[in-house]
Write a protein that binds this ligand. Structure first.
Ligand code: SF4
Length: 281
């Protein structure tokens, strides 16, 4: 039976594969081919809005590189030459591969052999002529950019014209503790951002939430704008988004999306500092 793939369906196992999952992405405006390194649902952070089921603290498990290669080649053939779009009733206007996004159920840069995985994906997508037309994106919380293997991976990502979407939800230690359950200091965030931007094109992705107290939120926004004002690191774009789907964390009931007007207002303040900004609500 055919199944409809919509912009709200982000199931990791819709194609029945271990590492590859298709998403019709509102953000990208077409098919985004997700690659999940964290098949064990493990991350070194625990964001209150995280939509990973049964999230645990930890790193990505060992990668079966042979299986990754088989799955990626098989899936790309299905999309490029097979009946993938018909089978999943993908709307005509979305029948284009917008990107291959390394975005999984945890922090992908925690994978052992991360650089090898980036090379493998880049090589296959180039051979199958998906790159350079489609983008290569790494969605990361940026916390492991100081590691040599991660930096090697970013250099390879850059070779394939890739881009890092670097998560910065808060630039205060209190905010990161409450929103991301991370003890990372702001100095560390900044130095990791510098490393990322130096090695590969980097955009910021920031989730705006109605979660903290009104005063905390006000302080957070002031600190974020100040951070961008002082910033000397090259940032391609700031991508603001809010909750589109329910969190699977215990805090779920305490979270609300931020309304479009508030997001646009904040975006305008960021634009005034000279940055490009996108808003997805
Ligand atoms: S960094 Fe991503 S995967 Fe990890 S807890 Fe946060 S939202 Fe979930």
């Amino acid at each position: 039976m055919s199944q409809k793939l919509t912009t709200t369906d982000h199931s990791r196992d819709i194609a029945g594969l271990k590492y590859i999952y298709p998403v019709i992405s509102r953000r990208a405006g077409g098919l985004s081919i997700g690659i999940n390194f964290n098949t064990n649902n493990a991350c070194n952070w625990r964001c209150v809005y995280c939509q990973v089921p049964d999230l645990i603290k930890g790193s990505a498990p060992e990668m079966d590189f042979k299986l990754l290669e088989q799955e990626l080649r098989f899936f790309l053939r299905q999309v490029l030459e097979g009946d993938f779009y018909q089978q999943y009733q993908v709307a005509e206007q979305h029948r284009v591969i917008k990107d291959i996004a390394i975005s999984g159920n945890g922090e992908p840069t925690s994978l052992k052999g991360f650089d090898n995985a980036i090379e493998l994906i880049g090589k296959i997508a180039t051979q199958m002529k998906v790159f350079p037309d489609s983008k290569f994106v790494l969605i990361s919380n940026g916390s492991l950019m100081h590691q040599t293997g991660v930096q090697k991976g970013l250099k390879i990502l850059n070779k394939y014209n890739g881009e890092v979407w670097f998560k910065v939800d808060s630039v205060t230690e209190l905010g990161r503790k409450k929103i991301n359950e991370s003890k990372q200091t702001t100095t560390k965030t900044l130095s990791n951002l510098e490393l990322s931007s130096h090695l590969c094109e980097t955009s910021l992705q920031t989730c705006m939430l109605d979660f903290l107290t009104a005063e905390e939120t006000r302080q957070e926004r002031i600190a974020y704008l100040e951070f961008l004002k002082q910033n000397t690191v090259k940032i391609k774009k700031v991508m603001l988004y809010t909750l589109a789907r329910a969190s699977l964390q215990p805090e779920a009931k305490k979270l609300k999306p931020v309304n479009k007007d508030q997001m646009e207002l904040f975006a305008e303040n960021i634009r005034l500092l000279g940055y490009k900004v996108s808003v997805a609500s």
